[in-house]
Ligand binder design. Structure first.
Ligand SMILES: [Zn+2]
Length: 172
């Protein structure tokens, strides 16, 4: 049967729509069912565990001057630095990623002891330019290169209460 414009008019009945939708619904649910079956066979151990982040805050005092700076920071001066170290990991059976006391222990031993009450320009890696950015980069790499049970994912170094630099490692 053709309409006025000569186009073919399909003979669609309520029954044929019903049959079509029934099969469509069945197909969709068949796929869902297969997925559920697949997830069961993958097993719990391969499902992704949640990653959590824990942060510990420190303070240290140090002097520095920025040789290449065109301004007041070229003069020797001091800061009370605030340092935030963030570690990542999975929770253990006690709901702990890493003991805050362990983070404190390692950061004190390998960072605070090295930097506190020093002139940062004396540390070779800073190349006479110990900016907050270079400090964050140095601290991140130091903590991740030494053999300690911390997976540090972010380091923030506050030079003043309103200014800080962050290093989060290489972006993937
Ligand atoms: Zn400064």
């Amino acid at each position: 049967m053709r309409d006025k414009n000569g186009e073919y008019k399909k003979n669609i009945t309520k029954k044929s729509v019903y049959i079509f939708l029934t099969f469509f619904w069945y197909d969709c649910h068949q796929v869902e069912g297969d997925k559920n079956e697949m997830n069961k066979t993958i097993g719990k151990e391969q499902q992704q565990k949640p990653i959590l982040y824990v942060t510990k805050i420190f303070e240290f005092h140090a002097a520095h001057f920025l040789k290449s700076h065109n301004g007041k920071c070229a003069q020797l001066h001091g800061h009370t630095y605030k340092l935030e170290v963030t570690c990542a990991g999975h929770m253990n059976e006690n709901g702990i990623v890493i003991d805050f006391g362990d983070v404190e222990h390692y950061v004190n031993m390998f960072i605070i002891e090295v930097l506190d009450h020093t002139c940062l320009n004396n540390i070779k890696q800073f190349e006479d330019n110990p900016t907050a950015e270079k400090l964050a980069y140095f601290i991140y790499n130091t903590l991740n290169e030494i053999d300690i049970p911390l997976k540090v994912t972010e380091v923030k170094v506050w030079e003043t209460p309103t200014s800080y630099a962050t290093y989060k490692g290489e972006l993937m």
